[in-house]
Design a protein around this ligand. Structure first.
Ligand code: 9MR
Length: 361
């Protein structure tokens, strides 16, 4: 088992907390509606949510969501109660927002923005420039640099203008680097060169000067070639006064690959560049079946990554990539893996949920 940042002490604390939680559940005073009896009427909002706890540290606690799930009222109840930041998992992507060239459709994103506003939640908007989930009209042909630059600028500015004043931040460019720190050979990179990133940031800033602009990627939680590439790029962009506000570390973690023990150092070095950081798509998957031991280890990781964010001033918040295993992307993409989120498939909180609360307290 890979050791976590906080090692045995954290695990011992967690085990005790887990044991206590189990006892309380057994006694009918924690977890689920019965548990809430001591906090007020059954089904009442618990006294403190993850968002409340995070706000005491000047942070947010968010969740991704997706349009098809919004008909599940038990699901939307917790989504609306527990979090203060929402990310549309798919609804703001290029395939959804510009399905035909120059024809925009913001229905999916608008639905989520509307729901979030009704619950006084902010939006981390995701994402403007990405090699994946592009519409066919864009991928099916080749473009000259001038053509693609115009297409990209129009896409970014039309979408950012639409959501101007309604979103906290934008993931402007998503997943721009390979694991070895070289640029990913996307259609944008191949046609426009690396300058497409600075252009995208400038265009987005023109369209909504108040939105925080991020570069976002996975496997950049630890210090290593890929996060080094972001560090170098961010430094260069800052030196050139390109409007970049933050780096999003997705944090799609897997128990079998070990905890990124240099996470805190990594967050800190971006802070020193004058940038915000955020954990933007957190999940901690495992090889199924989930056992008590794996769930306890997962809880340790959630606790540790929450601690890491709280320990670095400019780490502004944490978003889980949906909150319940019922709607996790993991089982479909990694067959045989799952159980990655703090709530289980029945929408019951798991040890990870209590570990996050503990770290936030
Ligand atoms: O959660 C998204 C899932 O519903 C989509 O099928 C998938 C397609 O790639 O994209 C998921 O979200 C991704 C996010 O946009 C970028 N980082 C990786 C996420 C998981 O694939």
């Amino acid at each position: 088992m890979p050791s976590t940042a906080h090692g045995t002490a954290a695990r011992t604390r967690l085990t005790l907390a887990g044991a206590l939680a189990s006892l309380l559940v057994a006694a009918g005073v924690a977890g689920g509606p019965a548990a809430r009896a001591h906090e007020g009427p059954a089904h009442a909002k618990p006294r403190t949510t993850l968002a409340d706890l995070a706000q005491r540290h000047g942070r947010y606690f968010g969740s991704a969501t997706d349009n098809p799930e919004l008909t599940d009222t038990a699901y939307t109840k917790t989504l609306g109660d527990e979090f203060d930041m929402i990310t549309p998992g798919n609804g703001m992507k290029w395939y959804a927002t510009e399905p035909r060239q120059g024809v925009f459709d913001f229905t999916a994103g608008d639905e989520i923005v509307g729901l979030a506003r009704a619950h006084h939640q902010k939006i981390r908007a995701h994402t403007l420039v990405w090699h994946s989930q592009l519409p066919d009209w864009l991928t099916a042909r080749t473009w000259t640099a001038d053509e693609l630059r115009a297409v990209l600028k129009n896409h970014i500015q039309t979408e950012v203008r639409h959501y101007r004043g309604k979103v906290y931040s934008w993931d402007v460019v998503n997943e721009a680097f390979n694991e070895d720190g070289t640029y990913r050979e996307t259609v944008f990179y191949k046609t426009l060169g690396p300058g497409y990133i600075a252009d995208a940031l400038r265009w987005a800033h023109e369209a909504d000067p108040r939105a925080k602009l991020y570069l976002n990627d996975y496997n950049i939680e630890a210090v290593g070639p890929k996060s080094d590439a972001y560090y170098a790029l961010a430094k260069e962009l800052k030196a050139r006064h390109v409007p970049l506000d933050g780096i999003g570390l997705q944090a799609h973690l897997a128990l079998q690959y070990g905890y990124p023990t240099t996470l805190e150092d990594n967050l800190r070095r971006f802070s020193r560049l004058g940038l915000d950081t955020a954990l933007t798509e957190v999940d901690v998957r495992m090889l199924l079946p989930a056992t008590e031991e794996k769930l306890a280890q997962q809880a340790d990781w959630y606790r540790d990554l929450t601690d890491a964010c709280l320990d670095v001033r400019r780490c502004v918040g944490i978003t889980v990539w949906d909150y319940t295993d019922k709607y996790s992307w993991i089982p479909a993409f990694f067959p045989g893996e799952g159980a990655a989120l703090p709530w289980d498939e029945q929408l019951a909180p798991k040890p990870a949920y209590f570990a996050i609360r503990d770290a936030l307290r």
